[in-house]
Design a protein around this ligand. Structure first.
Ligand code: FES
Length: 388
C-alpha cells in the first residue's frame, strides 16, 4: 500500500490483492473481499457517502513543524511534528495526507501515523525510502528541524478499537510495521494488557524498523511477545528465517486461530498471509488489514479508450487505455488536487457530468450524471465529462 511502503508512501503495485482474494478457495474468499473493501474505505457505505459530498470537502490541511528526526534504519526515518492546532480525535492505525514543497512543486502523499494517538498535537510518520520515490527520497534528504509542512486530519479504517480485549496478533512486513507500531504504542501507554504477539518480517536484521523499541517493550511487558523473521542474515535476535509460511506461522503463533489479526505489508506478503490464513480456516471476521498499494493494471486489461472532456479544457482528448482519468488530466496539463492516488483519501474527488466510468478498485460503474468519482482510480468507459 503507495498506502505506501506502508510507511507508507503509496507506491504503485504489481498485482491486485483483491484479485488474489477472489482466487482464494473457501468461504474466506468472499468474506475477505468484503473485509478488504470495508478496510479500504471503499465499501458500500463509503461509496454512498462519496456520492453525497463534493470535492470541496476534501480534508482541510493544517500547518505542522518538524521537531526532530530519528534514523530508524539505514533507509527509514521517523519525522516528529507538532501541529499548530490539535489533530482531531483518532484511533491508532490512522493515516494522514501531507503536503510539502519539493523543488518548487507541491507534493502530496499519504502516510500512516507511527505515533500513538494519545497526544493530539505531536505526532510522527515513519518513512522508508522507496526506489524512485520522489516524496520519500526528498523527505529523507531535505527535511530538517523547523521545516513546516501541511497535514490533513487523520482518517482511515484500519484502526484499533479504543481498548480491545482478547488475544491480538500484529502481523507486518517491512514498513507495514508503521500503523501497528502506532497501535502497540497506544496499547502500552494506556495500560492495556491484552495478550499481544507482534510478528514482523524483514529482509535482514538491519532492515527491522523499531527493533530496539519493540525488544525494550517486551522486556517491560510480559503480555507482549515480539518475533522477527528475516529473509537472510538471521542473528540471535532474529532466530527465525525465511518468508511467511504456514508451518512457521503455526509454530510461532500456535494459537493464531484464537487471535484478532491486524495485518499490514507489501502486497506479496499480504497475499501470502491471507492464503495461509485461508488454509488454516481462520475466521475472516477476526482479520483486519491495510492495503497500501493499488493495482491499476486493470485499466489496461479493461482496454477502454473513450472521449474525455475536462471542464477547464476547451477540447476533449481520447483516453489511453492504460491511464486513469487523473493521469489523463495531468497529461493534458491540468493540475487537479490529488494525494494518495489509490482511492483512499478522496482528495481528487470530482463531479462527473456525463458518461460511464469504472472504479478500478471496486469494479463499480458510475453512469448517472452528477455522480462524484475518484479520478485517480477511475477510467472512462464511454464518452465522459468531468469537472476538472
Ligand atoms: S488522490 Fe486520494 S482518492 Fe484520489
Amino acid at each position: 500500500m503507495e498506502i505506501v511502503s506502508n510507511t507508507h508512501e503509496v507506491p504503485s503495485s504489481d498485482t491486485s490483492f483483491t484479485d488474489t482474494v477472489t482466487q482464494l478457495p473457501g468461504k474466506l474468499s468472499n468474506l475477505l473481499k468484503e473485509t478488504l473493501t470495508n478496510v479500504k474505505g471503499l465499501g458500500l457505505s463509503a461509496k454512498k457517502e462519496a456520492n453525497t459530498q463534493t470535492n470541496n470537502h476534501a480534508l482541510p490541511y493544517i500547518s505542522a513543524s518538524l521537531k526532530h528526526i530519528t534514523l530508524e534504519t539505514h533507509d527509514t526515518k521517523s519525522y516528529f511534528f507538532r501541529s499548530e492546532i490539535p489533530l482531531s480525535t483518532h484511533k491508532a492505525g490512522a493515516h494522514i495526507n501531507i503536503a510539502f514543497d519539493a523543488n518548487g512543486e507541491t507534493v502530496k502523499r499519504t502516510y500512516t501515523l507511527s505515533s500513538s494517538p494519545k497526544d493530539s498535537t505531536e505526532f510522527s510518520i515513519t518513512v522508508k525510502r522507496v526506489n524512485e520515490g520522489l516524496a520519500s527520497n526528498w523527505l529523507f534528504e531535505n527535511l530538517s528541524a523547523g521545516d513546516k509542512i501541511q497535514v490533513s486530519q487523520p482518517q482511515g479504517h484500519f484502526v484499533l478499537p479504543y481498548q480491545p480485549a482478547g488475544k491480538i496478533l500484529m502481523l507486518s512486513a517491512g514498513s507495514g510495521i508503521t500503523p501497528l507500531m502506532s497501535m502497540i504504542r497506544y496499547l502500552s501507554e494506556t495500560g492495556n494488557r491484552s495478550d499481544i504477539v507482534f510478528l514482523n518480517y524483514s529482509q535482514t536484521p538491519n532492515d527491522i524498523i523499531f527493533h530496539d523499541e519493540l525488544n525494550a517493550l517486551t522486556s517491560k511487558q510480559a503480555n507482549v511477545k515480539a518475533h522477527f523473521v528475516v529473509e537472510r542474515e538471521a542473528s540471535a535476535d532474529t532466530a527465525h528465517k525465511g518468508r511467511i509460511n504456514k508451518k512457521q506461522l503455526s509454530e510461532i503463533v500456535p494459537d493464531v486461530l484464537d487471535r484478532e489479526i491486524y495485518l499490514c505489508g507489501p502486497q506479496p506478503f499480504m497475499k501470502a498471509a491471507v492464503s495461509i490464513l485461508d488454509k488454516l480456516k481462520f475466521n475472516p471476521s477476526q482479520l483486519h488489514l491495510e492495503n497500501f498499494t493499488a493495482d491499476l493494471s486493470a485499466a489496461t486489461q479493461l482496454g477502454y479508450s473513450a472521449e474525455l472532456s475536462f471542464a477547464s479544457l476547451e477540447s476533449s482528448i481520447q483516453s489511453n487505455p492504460s491511464n486513469t482519468i487523473l493521469e489523463e488530466a495531468e497529461a493534458a496539463g491540468l493540475t487537479p488536487a490529488a494525494a494518495c492516488r489509490i482511492g483512499i483519501c478522496r482528495t481528487c474527488r470530482c463531479k462527473k457530468t456525463s458518461g460511464t466510468t469504472v472504479n478500478l478498485m471496486t469494479g463499480e460503474e458510475s453512469s448517472a450524471e452528477g455522480d462524484y468519482i475518484l479520478p485517480c482510480v477511475s477510467v472512462a468507459k464511454t464518452a465522459t465529462s468531468v469537472e476538472l
